[in-house]
Design a protein around this ligand. Structure first.
Ligand code: NAP
Ligand code: G4F
Length: 324
């Protein structure tokens, strides 16, 4: 049988690494787009690097995207690349818009020009719901983004819908709620907390400075969520889906569970630092994954407490290994 071929932008990121693993396990040939940098950052894909074809391209450069698709002719393209850190989107709003919004158009145009039969996945976000109009959020909840990142994702979402309707592309958008793992970037709150717990447990730090402890998120496990991405592209008809656990927890609860996993009392270590507060906050996110369950047959395996414990365990191993 001829191997199916998929191209992933953002393959060096958290989700890209899990999706690449999943597709390799299904027998796909996987093309990973990597952007040029002065040092290699292949940590998350080092264990599978020899099984991937890595190609240089950038969401800021349409010609490079056309070349990647023309040279490798994938049947599925997953657009996971983005400036994905919400806080940075206030200090770099134009870069965020160029990458996270217009980058989607560049990639869709590259597909339209080279081969409109290619199936396309767009990494949309629950940040689009922002100041939420209803609880829980579904595929028809109106958008009210609260950051330049959220605004850029709304653009990326609608341009995906528009290319589907204008050109008949098999383009789907996954409105994914927060998903985490031991591979999460250190600046996101879950990993910041679990890595902070590990450093405190090992005696390297005593305090962990955080921002808004009241905000609530619907946190799931990244390896579960990439399965939903793949399932979307296996459907006969493209569509948009909320992918979430249906449960929400505050940053304060996250601290309780994470410090508790290392037998520490979070109240003795967590301090609030105004530098981590945001100009506009998304107070509460909780998604309704009914459509993903009923149409895709998707369900999550890992719940909140297990996810946080898994991340604490991984960070304890990491910090202890670094200490030697
Ligand atoms: P991540 O770890 O921050 O990875 C982002 C990826 O994008 C990295 O591989 C990065 O490359 C790449 N990238 C950034 N700018 C680029 C450019 N100009 N050209 C090409 N590649 C570029 O993000 P993630 O958590 O895996 O998330 C994957 C996608 O899902 C993102 O679009 C994110 O916005 C979206 N999303 C994430 C969540 C979540 O909770 N994780 C929820 C909803 C939606 P470098 O390694 O070179 O920096
Ligand atoms: O972990 P966060 O930075 O994730 P955020 O802003 O929800 O965005 C993530 O999820 C989105 C999906 O909803 C993705 F689209 C996006 O790419 C990214 O992956 O912050 C979560 C919450 C916020 O309310 C933030 O204000 O935690 C609060 N928080 C409190 N203290 C903090 C901190 N966040 C960070 N990063 N650092 C803190 O010290």
């Amino acid at each position: 049988m001829v191997a199916r071929r998929a191209l992933i932008t953002g393959v060096t990121g958290q989700d890209g690494s899990y999706l690449a693993e999943l597709l390799l396990a299904q027998g796909y040939e996987v093309i990973g787009v990597v952007r040029r940098s002065s040092t290699l950052n292949f940590e998350r894909i080092a264990h599978i690097q020899d099984r991937l074809t890595l190609v240089p391209a950038d969401l800021l450069d349409e010609v490079s995207l056309i070349a990647a698709i023309r040279d490798h002719r994938p049947s599925e393209v997953y657009n996971l690349a983005a400036q994905s850190f919400v806080q940075t989107s206030w200090s770099q709003p134009v870069l965020t818009g160029e990458t996270t919004a217009l980058g989607v158009t560049r990639l869709l145009d590259a597909i339209r020009i080279v081969d409109p039969e290619i199936r396309f996945y767009q990494a949309s976000s629950s940040e689009m719901f922002g100041k939420v109009h209803e609880v829980p959020q579904t595929e028809v909840t109106p958008f009210y983004p609260r950051s330049p990142y959220g605004v850029a994702k709304v653009y990326g979402h609608w341009i995906t819908v528009n290319y589907r309707e204008s050109y008949g592309l098999h383009a789907s958008s996954g409105m994914l709620f927060n998903h985490e793992s031991p591979r999460r970037g250190l600046e996101f709150v879950t990993r910041k907390v679990t890595h902070g717990v590990a450093r405190i447990a090992c005696g390297l730090d005593d305090k962990l400075a955080l921002g808004n402890l009241d905000s609530q998120r619907d946190w799931g496990y990244a390896a579960d969520y990439v399965r939903a991405m793949w399932l979307m592209l296996q459907q006969d008809v493209p569509s948009d889906y909320v992918v979430a656990t249906g449960e929400t927890h505050s940053v304060r609860e996250l601290c309780e569970v994470a410090f508790g996993a290392a037998e520490l009392d979070w109240q003795q270590h967590v301090v609030v630092d105004e530098r981590f507060l945001r100009p506009a906050e998304v107070d509460l996110l909780v998604g309704d994954p009914t459509k993903a369950r009923d149409t895709l047959g998707w369900e999550r395996d890992v719940g909140f407490a297990r996810l946080v414990e898994m991340m604490v365990e991984a960070d304890l191993d990491l910090v202890r290994a670094q200490l030697g």
